[in-house]
Design a protein around this ligand. Structure first.
Ligand SMILES: Nc1ncnc2c1ncn2[C@@H]1O[C@H](COP(=O)(O)OP(=O)(O)OP(=O)(O)O)[C@@H](O)[C@H]1O
Ligand SMILES: [Mg+2]
Length: 337
């Protein structure tokens, strides 16, 4: 790897992986600076877990190369393993063991001296609010408790780089926020986090950089704000109860499109004050009053729908596509929120 790659906690170039005939990763490049959160987004089956497994040395790539903590994942897997922690998509918790026993097992795996292992286990159980449940079999834990135990187990070896594969799937909002808080704490300690998630607000909230993986390739990469600027989807939405007002508004606001069922209009807009004023002035001038008005700015959901699966792939190269054209997005965006 080049010297630049050494400043990265994780660097990969041209990673390829197939399972039989199926090409899962088709040339992936990644660079994750130390002490940052990097999030890989993508639909089910996109190859996120496969990427995590390659970077954490659990699976060998067919081509390309990757280094983690400055060590080549293929040539120096032992050194990589010593530097990382992995919380898999599916829990590594042994339900027959208690929370504490699970922790001590991890401490043994990391060859911690017995006393140090006990101290680390107790500290982490406390930090993850599991002290009270520590002596109960993990099988009796709730999903959120198991997830927290999973994370605690990942941290036993004091890794400088952690891989979290969908760490909050299935958690209630409070538990998700608790996990986010723990991730932020780790960041404060300089830990690098590689995160996959299906929750776009999670990536929006936590990630310094986000890459969208689709069909084995990275289709877009940037900060949440940069990605949002790539896609159309901003609009003003007007709802009417009076069919006549609705018809008049549609006539006055050229370029407005009917929005879903009912008497709603969608006017492409960048969401700025000026654009909003222009819409309102045109309505006022015609003496039309809308019953409801909402401004929608593109969010990561729009990015996801525009840049993944089953959609045309022109979005990344044509960020300024005409806003009037039907945007590549969820057919029921409002309902999803
Ligand atoms: N060991 C394996 N053998 C054969 N196919 C595999 C294997 N592991 C993964 N695949 C296939 O590779 C593709 C990518 O799987 P992967 O688990 O990486 O996706 P993912 O992005 O993590 O999906 P999800 O969001 O559902 O977790 C899928 O089509 C999957 O069926
Ligand atoms: Mg997965």
């Amino acid at each position: 790897m080049t010297t630049a790659a050494h400043q990265c906690a994780i660097a990969a170039s041209g990673l390829r992986k197939s399972f039989g005939e199926k090409k899962v990763l088709d040339g992936i490049d990644l660079r994750v600076p130390q002490g940052t959160v990097f999030s890989l987004l993508g639909p089910n089956g996109a190859g996120k877990t496969t990427a995590v497994k390659i970077l954490s040395t659990l699976v060998a790539a067919d081509g390309g190369r990757a280094s983690v903590a400055g060590h080549d994942v293929a040539a120096d897997a032992q050194a990589v393993r010593a530097a990382i922690g992995v919380t898999g998509q599916f829990s590594a918790v042994d339900g027959l063991l208690t929370g504490e026993e699970n922790m001590l097992l991890m401490a043994d795996l990391h060859h911690l001296p017995r006393r140090e292992g006990r101290r680390a286990a107790a500290e982490l159980l406390e930090r993850f609010a599991l002290t009270e449940a520590a002596r109960k079999p993990a099988a009796t834990y709730s999903g959120g408790m198991k997830r927290r135990l999973d994370l605690a187990m990942t941290l036993v070896g004091r890794p400088r780089i952690i891989f979290l594969d969908e760490p909050t799937t299935g958690l209630d909002p409070r538990s998700r926020h608790a996990v986010w808080g723990l991730v932020r704490d780790l960041l404060g300690e300089g830990v690098t986090v590689f995160l996959t998630t299906q929750y776009l607000d999670e990536a929006d909230d936590l990630a310094d950089r986000i890459a969208v993986l689709d069909d084995g390739r990275i289709t877009a990469e940037g900060s949440a704000e940069e990605l949002k600027r790539l896609v159309p989807g901003g609009h003003v939405r007007l709802r009417f109860t009076d069919p006549v007002a609705y018809q008049e508004a549609a006539a006055v606001l050229g370029g407005a499109a009917a929005d879903g069922e009912g008497l709603s209009l969608r006017i492409p807009s960048d969401g700025s004050q000026r654009a909003l004023r222009s819409v309102l002035e045109r309505l006022d001038a015609a003496g039309i009053e809308a019953d409801e008005l909402a401004v929608h700015t593109p969010d990561l959901d729009d990015v996801f729908f525009a840049l993944t699966n089953g959609e045309t792939r022109s979005a990344p190269s044509t960020p300024s596509a005409q806003p009037e054209q039907p945007t590549r997005r969820n057919p029921h965006p409002e309902a999803a929120r």
